[in-house]
Design a protein around this ligand. Structure first.
Ligand SMILES: *Cc1c(COP(=O)(O)O)cnc(C)c1O
Length: 390
């Protein structure tokens, strides 16, 4: 396969001015990542700062309810409360080794912005975070946290003032300052080499799963279920199992309220291949190729595109693309709380809801792993409003 391509997906659809930065990044990643110095520092930070390895927890009560064994890969216990830090630490460390002085990125819910601000501080890099004006209003708490850490927030007013506009703005900014600045992309999206870099840093999740499930069960799991939009937590969990055809892989996206136009974020159901943010991938678009707005209650899944590798794996049938609706995720939050005493992020609740509502797809002697991508603290207002009103 051509470098940076996953089937027809991927590539580098960027302006001339960005090509040099992408070539430099690819070269640096290939040279620096395998060194024992980088590996030692990265693993040390993941362990002592991040709290890795995260546990693989046998959810006994939840398992009893569904009728088969379910394990949760506890990325909610990673520092910051989601899987985002794995990638942020990796890229920040890489940027430092490349001699960069500053990180830029974008964020919607704020989880990735926060992880970048944390990683930037550890590596001594200034951090600037582009955020749609609508998202700044909606995510006031995370905005304050990022400011507290010293990150600069750059409001984006263009377009509709949401994530996709912030990504476009960050790419434009990067073209003007890539000599000193690294664009720390937060998911397996964007032009090559970003999807590969992010998946590599996140694959620590899957490598731990493999070791932990063999220790606990003496065999590989029958299925891994992960939520996603760009695909970073899913690919991170799936990576070591892609060649193991007996392990079923499920990718659960945000169905939103219904599968009608503008009410959903289910790009595998409603989208088609197209170019967005430098890469050919599955995207929600109208008949003129204009990006259609996505909608889901889970801010972290509210992106109209699916990264090139997950797009490819779904196209070939290796990964099954699925979706659940908003009402199902709130119910899943409640069930996880009542059975295991855990409050998941609304994104994570998609993977849980899928397992709960598709029990018939699994048999009683199967082992299913849910990649528990994050904790629900950031969503608690939304969850409480749903159940108890304001
Ligand atoms: C950001 C986020 C996601 C979605 O991002 P992916 O790159 O598709 O994994 C899922 N879960 C949580 C908790 C997140 O913060």
């Amino acid at each position: 396969m051509e470098k940076g391509r996953f089937g027809k997906y991927g590539g580098q659809y960027v302006s001339e001015t960005l090509m040099q930065a992408l070539i430099e990044l690819e070269e640096a990643f290939e040279r620096i990542y395998p060194t024992s110095e980088f590996q030692g520092e990265f693993k040390g930070l993941l362990r002592d700062y991040g709290g890795r390895p995260t546990p693989l927890y046998y959810a006994r009560n939840f398992s009893k309810l569904v009728g088969f064994k379910v394990y949760l890969k506890r990325e909610d216990l990673l520092c910051g409360g989601s899987h985002k830090l794995n990638n942020a630490l990796g890229q920040a460390l890489l940027a430092k080794k490349m001699g960069k002085k500053r990180l830029i990125t974008e964020t919607a819910a704020g989880q990735h912005g926060l992880a970048t601000a944390m990683a930037g501080n550890i590596c001594g890099l200034k951090t600037e975070i582009f955020m749609g004006v609508k998202d700044i209003q909606r995510q006031a708490t995370n905005v304050k946290k990022m400011k507290l850490l010293g990150a600069k927030i750059k409001p984006v007013k263009t377009g509709t003032g949401v994530l996709k506009d912030a990504v476009s703005e960050t790419l434009r900014e990067w073209a003007t300052c890539s000599r000193t600045t690294h664009y720390l992309i937060g998911s397996t999206v964007g032009p090559h080499p970003f999807p590969t870099i992010v998946a590599t840093f996140q694959s620590v999740i899957g490598n731990e799963i493999r070791q932990q499930i063999i220790e606990k069960e003496g065999r590989l799991p029958d299925a891994i279920v992960a939520c996603g939009s760009g695909g970073s937590n899913a690919l991170g969990a799936f990576k070591p199992f892609i060649e193991k055809e007996d392990v079923k892989l499920y990718f659960v996206e945000g169905g939103g309220e219904s599968l009608e136009a503008d009410n959903s974020a289910a790009a595998f159901q409603l989208g088609k291949p197209g170019v967005l943010h430098g890469s050919l991938m599955q995207i929600m678009q109208d008949e003129h190729g204009q990006i259609r707005p996505s909608r889901t209650r889970a801010a972290g899944l509210n992106y109209p595109g699916r990264g090139p590798e997950i797009s490819y794996l779904c196209e070939t049938g290796r990964v099954k693309p699925c979706y659940v609706f908003d009402h199902e995720i709130f119910e899943a939050v409640k069930v996880m709380g009542r059975t295991e005493g855990l409050i998941p992020a609304l994104e994570t609740a998609h993977a849980i809801a899928y397992v709960l509502n598709h029990k018939e797809e699994f048999s009683k002697d199967e082992i299913v792993i849910i990649n528990y991508s994050g904790r629900g603290d950031k969503d608690i207002e939304t969850i409480l409003r749903y159940f108890y009103g304001s």
